[in-house]
Design a protein. Sequence first.
Length: 319
Amino acid sequence: MKFDMKNILIPALAAAALLASCSEWTEAENKDYLPQIRQDDPAYLAAAMPDSVDYLLMTDVDDLHPVIAAEIAEVRSTKGTRSLNVVDYTTILNAWNALKEAAADTEHEGDYTDEKFPAYCKAQTETQLSNCNRYGFDGIVVSYTTSPKDEIADGQATFMACVKTWRQSNPELLLFTRTAYIPNLLNPELLPDSKFIILVADASRKTASDLTLWARNHLRDTRDKLGEEKFSEFSDRFVMEASVPSLETGEQTGASVQVAAAWVADPTKDTKVDYDKVGLCVLDAASDYFNNLTNYKNIREAIGILNPENDNDNENDHE
């Protein structure tokens, strides 16, 4: 698999944000580059994404608003942008822990023992997976960022078994993997089958040099665990995840999207481990779209860094 023409841009959006943030929308100044989002259309954020968006990831898609669901087909046909729903183990684990805490010292405390977590995990994973077919997504993102110390019983094994079953029934749909540390995955066979592997660096990595060192150590550990031959089966498809500043506080967590884009666009090859960086995933992209102080500034700058020729063409077209 080769990605020679341009770097990939993948915004990730929470479905709930498409509805909740509409009341905070402020019209963008650069309407030609990014179309205005209509106040009366909660799903128009997806359609208003620039043509540079290759894939759109959506979280929290249970009971997806029908207007948003309709946009999945719309952006596919008009922009060629494909949409995937994120199947996230951390969401399941956090929900379980919240239920367990709420049941503490009550008659229901026994319902939330570690031994009962796998059954809960199986049901929740199957629900998340079913949303792909239910709403017509183009595929799924298998998201596992949990560290072993936070695991419960056979949680990951149950989660991955459900994913494997889904994959066997849906081989034609897209599959991405999102992970903070590949050696923690129990099912590395998913990696060669993944079109992209999204790397989630920890929040302490703020500079391009930080990302280089983190990726080197991470991927060298992966290669050493799996072996050179297996590692080479998926070493050409890494995407770095970064976030935009918080809509509530304005604070930046981890590397900015501009820093991560520069890291992706840097053609320098790592001398310690051979891998390819092919794109950028923007976490919680809606915060940048709905921030009336930035009006898409961060994502637009990242697009310009990733694909400067395309960005210059767009600017010249609208002078």
